[in-house]
Design a binder for this molecule. Structure first.
Ligand code: IYR
Length: 235
């Protein structure tokens, strides 16, 4: 498969640890502003979706999103992430069953009253049909360390930051491609290690259903914070 072959874009003659000229496109200030506004307009339409259509989505499309996610910067360029792409209906059902078991415990007492009150406007509950209906479940794992031959556990660095950025890029890439996502965190998520047979150095980070929204999909009416609330200028 193509995505297996495109591991490194370096020409074969570039030695390891060498530096190469930056490939960078310069824009006029006006172009920069237009591009920034266009990107904001695009991203402002991204919403967390909980009502998916069962329509199929090609695996190769999800693989492209993973390639975009995997361009994220990471501590010491260790790229400490693994994206499991689950389309198998039996595995999706098992993930739903296990996630709902945890969520029943969450909604039934593990979450505080304050937390439940904060969630009320979203209308969520322990039922997670989207885990079976969405064509793909992308399960993001963070890799705490890399096991070297001989058994040494070589650490990765800034793992949460790195995997958080990669996940953000994945969400943006999916939205840009015309796909809907949900950032889902059934907690605790350890059942995903067992169900997907992941190695001991991997911990679940996020579960992202991906697909097309159901035709009647509704989302909570939300406002984003205004600029003054999120930007503090020091000019
Ligand atoms: N993981 C639960 C609860 C939940 C928690 C937060 I914070 C949310 O923003 C949304 C849901 C669930 O998925 O229902």
């Amino acid at each position: 498969m193509r995505f297996m072959l495109r591991r490194c874009d370096l020409p074969a003659m570039v030695p390891a640890n060498d530096h190469i000229p930056l490939s960078f496109e310069r824009y006029t200030e006006a172009e920069m502003m237009t591009r920034a506004r266009d990107f904001h307009r695009l991203m402002d339409r991204r919403r967390s979706v909980r009502h998916f259509s069962p329509e199929p989505v090609p695996f190769d499309l999800i693989a492209e999103l993973v390639l975009a996610a995997s361009t994220a910067p990471s501590g010491a360029h260790k790229q400490p992430w693994t994206f499991c792409v689950v389309g198998d209906p039996y595995l999706k059902r098992r993930i739903r069953v296990a996630a709902e078991e945890e969520e029943r415990a969450n909604y039934g007492g593990r979450m505080s009253e304050e937390w439940l009150k904060d969630l009320a406007p979203l209308g969520t509950d322990a039922e997670k049909p989207f885990l079976e209906i969405a064509p793909w479940l992308v399960v993001v794992f963070k890799r705490a360390f890399e096991e070297e031959a001989g058994g040494h556990k070589h650490p990765n660095y800034y793992v949460n930051e790195s995997v958080g950025i990669a996940t953000g890029l994945f969400l943006a890439a999916a939205h840009n491609a015309g796909l809907a996502t949900l950032t889902h965190t059934p907690s605790p998520m350890n059942f995903l290690v067992q169900l997907l047979g992941r190695p001991a150095n991997e911990r679940p980070f996020l579960l992202i259903p991906v697909g097309l929204p159901a035709p009647d999909c509704h989302v909570p009416a939300l406002c984003r914070k205004p600029l003054e609330a999120v930007l503090v200028p020091f000019l």
